[in-house]
Design a protein around this ligand. Structure first.
Ligand code: M6R
Length: 613
């Protein structure tokens, strides 16, 4: 939520900032702004997309080798030019960008008003920059010290970068609960919310920790202190991010590219972790804390959104294959209950970004209660990856479309591997079934590829038939129930059609009242178990004249004959079905959103990484 970028070095800052903002735009697109320094600080900011900012700044004074930029997802104050970042202090000396929420901003603002400060915007960020100015003025502090003292009095979440016009050889950055990474180049530094704007310049990075303040100096070095004034040694890491992974590569939208990348990303997730021929499976993170995982009383899976849907499938997998009791929790609910968690529990957090505020907070709570915390994360070096005791990356590469696709199948792949591994080691599945699942898992990338090749025209056709619906119902049973939820979420978030996912049998308990000839009902009916039951559910929809779109396994004739439209997926073992059955639903939502003229990658009101509550 909100993307921030800073540059200091020998190059012109503006193109680097704009390019960085484009890469970070998935984090928020309510407004964009930059500040460049060339003797004085020049701020340009505009409501809307980065392109609106580019148009606005054309022909203006944008030269300078130091600057900061911001792309906003509005929290405090409407999306407009005034509330856009950067924000400037009252005396014009300080310019600041911010991602996060300053929770005690109202109190601070009250006190500042008494000191004569006036405010132009409705943002918490403007209060913060005035507060830093006030402390700087009062005690004649260098900027980094004023930032440190200010942040020690602030409640909330922040990633900030500040320019001091009167001390222009440096940028000061700090973070708490919002991500920040510093890129170290040749005589230059980059600061950003994630590595994507940095990777094309340098692969050497330092991920800032919570409550750390970094100072990067022109021609100098990187210094890090904590808010408690303790000097820290920067831990430099090498990135492995390829530029192509951050480009659309000829696709119209990132989401489409990411859907089509899935044969590769699922294979990447398994690479080096399983070998069906030799009959082994290794999930490094599990092995590092094997005893606690094997002896766990239960798993608690905490996540949000699409990752929560993956968690529900994890519940089916772990319970069926490894016979471990599982609870799946919305991270936002778990953190505000008083849950019973102890050292015999393993809390698994699922998160593409690794930065979701609620998931992080739930993990912190679980950690404090003594549970083993395990992270299943995509973004390397992210907060969840660093704060958990152990974990596994899904290796899906940067996911830029706001609607999660390849990260979801990556999470499913990882959960499947863990469940198969644990099931075999705990003796809850026989070797023959274990080997069969390994072999089938290795076949999944090829099957996704076949499915995409065979079904895409049919999916586009069906999209055209239902694109004008106002509502849609998604039904599934067993492993396909969470897929129904995920299909509905995909449709609503990018096409703005209201959609609900239900366990198919629950339909009779209410939603059936909604079904008429205008209601598309998408039935995910690839199950081998309870097949007859789902046939009955389809009959019930048909009797109410619902428009039935069924997802079936190849060769199915019974449900096909009852359906208006059918999409076939390759056959596989039931626990692995979600890896295939979700793909046509991703593509269906994409096609519908496209036909409705929606911005698929940047749906309204959303942001990719939800770093505020
Ligand atoms: O980065 P995370 O996986 O923690 O994000 C969780 C949700 O915000 C995310 O899955 C969201 O629901 C997506 N927009 C779904 O497509």
């Amino acid at each position: 939520m909100c993307g921030i970028i800073g540059y200091i070095g020998k190059k012109q800052a503006y193109p680097i900032l704009i390019n960085g903002l484009k890469r970070l735009e998935y984090r928020g697109y309510d407004s964009a702004g930059v500040a460049v320094f060339n003797g004085d600080v020049h701020v340009y900011k505009r409501k809307g997309k980065v392109q609106d900012l580019i148009d606005f700044a054309k022909g203006k004074n944008i030269r300078g080798t130091m600057g900061i930029g911001h792309t906003r997802w509005a929290t405090h104050g409407k999306p407009d030019d005034v509330n856009a970042h950067p924000h400037t202090s009252g005396n014009g000396r300080l310019t600041l960008i911010h991602n996060g929420i300053i929770e005690n901003y109202a109190l601070l603002q009250e006190a500042l008003k008494k000191e004569g400060h006036t405010f132009e915007s409705e943002t918490d960020t403007e209060v913060l920059v005035h507060f830093i100015e006030e402390l700087q003025k009062r005690d004649n502090l260098p900027i980094e010290e004023a930032v440190r003292v200010a942040l020690s009095k602030v409640v909330g979440a922040y990633a900030i970068v500040v320019i001091d016009r009167d001390d222009p050889g440096k940028l000061v950055a700090a973070r708490k609960a919002s991500p920040l990474v510093i890129g170290i180049g040749e005589d230059e530094f980059f600061i950003a919310s994630d590595p994507t704007p940095i990777a094309e310049f340098t692969q050497k990075v330092v991920f800032l920790n919570d409550e750390e303040i970094a100072v990067v100096t022109r021609g100098g070095d990187l210094q890090i202190k904590t808010i408690d004034n303790e000097i820290q040694t920067p831990f430099i890491q090498e990135l492995d991010v390829k530029i192509e992974a951050m480009e659309k590569g000829g696709y119209e939208y990132f989401m489409l590219k990411e859907i089509y990348e899935q044969p590769k990303t699922v294979a990447d997730c398994m690479r080096g972790r399983i070998n069906a021929t030799e009959g082994w499976i290794k999930v490094g993170g599990v092995d590092t804390c094997k005893d606690r995982i094997f002896d766990a009383n239960r798993f608690i899976i905490a996540a949000c959104g699409t990752s929560w849907h993956a968690g529900l499938i994890g519940e089916y997998l772990f319970e069926e294959l490894a016979r471990i009791p599982v609870e799946v929790e919305y991270a936002s609910e778990l953190r505000y209950r008083n849950p019973i968690i102890n050292e015999k529990d393993v809390v698994i957090a699922l998160s593409q970004s690794g930065e979701t505020a609620d998931t992080l907070a739930a993990l912190e709570l679980a950690k404090a209660k003594g549970a083993l915390c395990y992270g299943i994360v995509n973004n390397v070096g992210s907060s969840i990856a660093r704060m958990t005791h152990a974990g596994s990356y899904i290796h899906a590469g940067p996911e830029i479309g706001v609607a999660s696709t390849k990260a979801f199948t990556g999470q499913l792949t990882l959960l499947s591997m863990m469940a198969i591994h644990l099931g075999y080691e705990r003796g809850t599945i026989p070797r023959s079934y274990y080997l069969q699942l390994l072999e089938e898992l290795e076949n999944i990338p090829g099957k996704i590829e076949t499915l995409l090749e065979k079904a895409s025209d049919q999916i586009e056709y069906i999209a055209g038939e239902i694109k004008d619906a106002s509502n849609a119902l998604y039904l599934g049973r067993g492993y396909n129930f969470p897929i129904a939820l995920e299909g509905a979420l995909k449709l609503k978030e990018i096409s703005y059609i209201h959609a609900e996912g239900y366990p198919a049998a629950e339909m009779k308990h209410g939603p059936i009242a909604l079904i008429d000839e205008n209601m598309p009902v998408i039935v995910i009916a690839t199950n081998k178990s309870a097949y007859e039951k789902i046939v009955s559910n389809v009959q019930e929809v048909k009797a109410r004249k619902g428009k039935i779109i069924s997802i079936v396994k190849e060769g199915d004739t019974v449900i096909r004959n009852l359906s208006d439209y059918t999409i076939e997926i390759p056959d596989t073992d039931e626990p692995l079905t979600p890896l295939l059955s979700v793909v046509p639903l991703q593509l269906l939502s994409y096609q519908i959103a496209l036909m409705r003229g929606c911005n698929v990658d940047q749906p309204r009101n959303l942001a990719k990484s939800v770093t505020v509550e």
